[in-house]
Design a protein around this ligand. Structure first.
Ligand SMILES: Cc1cc2nc3c(=O)[nH]c(=O)nc-3n(C[C@H](O)[C@H](O)[C@H](O)COP(=O)(O)OP(=O)(O)OC[C@H]3O[C@@H](n4cnc5c(N)ncnc54)[C@H](O)[C@@H]3O)c2cc1C
Length: 395
């Protein structure tokens, strides 16, 4: 049977960064990716937070636009616009494809058309079976460590260590248009990331977005739970018409439609067991308020690689170290974001109250962009004060 030190399932930002950084540290690494071309099928608005490329050493050539503004829209109070970063936009073909190339250059084997099927977790190794789409054969690999980075469609046995009953509750159905206008849209479209929070006529909460790219605009929305395809398409058509009327009125456009699931619930309670780790969206590392998860995914990949390097002789200790690092960095914030989103959704006009407060308080925005571990005691106190101020206004 083939053997490797680290087996990664999925070559999105979590799997790609884990493979690249593990291989760069001398760890033998194989990545299984089910798609034929890495990133080609990912449906995503692909907004990157300021500094992403530098932090993960990804070339700036993947960046399409550098929007300096974030515009938050809600039904009751309209638009609240303020400066950010600037943030960046790209496409997942470029982001995931570039990271996969960097991983290959570092020595990782990235195998496409390799569909993960099963895992048997043992104390000192795991046996992974996958379907090799190139040969049609089933293959097995014995790995000391395994990193699951297979995104929102990750399935784990209901009675296994990673089972999480609330997983389905966090699922959003997403649908997106890549809009290719024949002439450029209004200049503001390329300088702004737009997020829209509104209710459908039947009372479903929607998060919509318009993210600019070099040659197209990503216009899409996510709805909590499952929704019939025709209704979702109709909802997106209406939303896209509103965007078009403002940003590219009467401009003929080619449109490519695409859909996928986004996870926006609580992080998975267990993300390490023996030598097996779960990262990125498969671990539930997505900000429930805005769907951001690329940064969290890439960071979890980095943590997995670091843990494997640090505890090269003990996959169990590596996995435990990985879980500790990810949970302490991300879980408090991500759990707060889920609670905030539920609070906002109960009374939609609360969105407007929050956006007004964000727009009028630049220091609050600065602190909210920071990770918990980079906040001083005084800054945490300031955030608690702002949360109380918001609660009083919202209630
Ligand atoms: C519509 C939409 C818009 C979004 N917009 C943004 C945004 O603007 N900014 C942001 O930060 N985040 C955004 N996100 C979230 C972001 O896409 C995820 O957080 C991020 O992709 C997570 O990365 P990952 O590596 O964990 O998983 P993924 O990127 O989902 O990658 C998983 C990989 O695993 C592969 N895979 C799955 N199953 C198997 C299997 N059985 N065998 C082998 N391979 C498998 C997949 O093909 C894929 O390549 C958006 C998500 C959606 C759905």
């Amino acid at each position: 049977m083939e053997r490797t030190e680290l087996l990664v399932v999925g070559c999105g930002p979590a799997g790609g960064i884990a493979a690249r950084e593990a291989a760069a540290g001398g760890i033998e690494c194989v990545v299984l990716e089910k798609d034929t071309v890495v990133g080609a099928k990912r449906v995503c608005a692909a907004g990157l937070r300021p500094g992403f490329c530098e932090q993960f050493d990804v070339p700036r050539s993947i960046v399409h636009c550098n929007p300096a503004w974030l515009a938050l829209y809600d039904d009751a109070t309209g638009c609240h616009k303020f400066e950010v970063g600037p943030a960046h936009t790209t496409t997942r073909e470029e982001l995931d494809g570039t990271i996969a190339d960097l991983a290959r250059n570092a020595g990782a084997q990235v195998r496409c058309r390799a569909l993960f099927r099963t895992i048997a977790i043992e104390r000192d190794r795991s046996i992974v079976e996958y379907a090799d789409g190139n040969s049609g054969a089933r293959r097995q690999i014995a790995a000391r460590s395994v990193f699951f980075a297979n995104g929102s469609t990750a399935r784990f046995d209901a009675d296994g260590p990673f089972a999480f009953r609330s997983w389905a509750d966090g699922m959003l159905t997403c649908y997106q248009h890549r809009v290719y206008p024949e002439r450029a849209a209004a200049a503001t479209a390329y300088e702004t990331l737009e997020l829209h929070y509104y209710r459908t006529a039947e009372g479903r909460q929607v998060v919509g977005w318009m993210f600019p790219k070099r040659d197209h605009l990503a216009v899409g929305l996510g709805v909590v739970g499952k929704i019939e395809g025709a209704r979702l398409r109709g909802e997106l058509r209406d939303f896209a018409e509103r965007i078009a009327a403002r940003l590219y009125p009467n401009v003929p456009c080619a449109i490519k439609e695409e859909g996928h699931l986004l996870y926006g619930g609580l992080p998975r309670p267990v993300i390490a067991h023996n030598g097996v780790m779960v990262g990125g969206t498969a671990a539930g590392l997505v900000d429930a308020t805005n769907g951001e998860g690329i940064y969290e995914a890439a960071a979890s990949g980095r943590f997995a690689a670091e843990a494997c390097r640090k505890f090269r002789n003990s996959a169990t200790r590596a996995a435990a170290e990985y879980a500790r690092a990810v949970q302490s960095k991300f879980y408090p914030r991500l759990k707060r974001r889920v609670a905030l989103m539920h609070f906002l959704e109960r009374k939609p006009r609360r969105f407007g109250a929050l956006f007004e407060q964000l727009a009028s308080t630049p220091y609050l925005r600065t602190l909210l962009e920071r990770e918990d571990d980079r906040l001083s005691f005084a800054q945490r106190g300031y955030l608690v004060g702002q949360a109380l101020r918001f609660a009083v206004r919202a209630i």
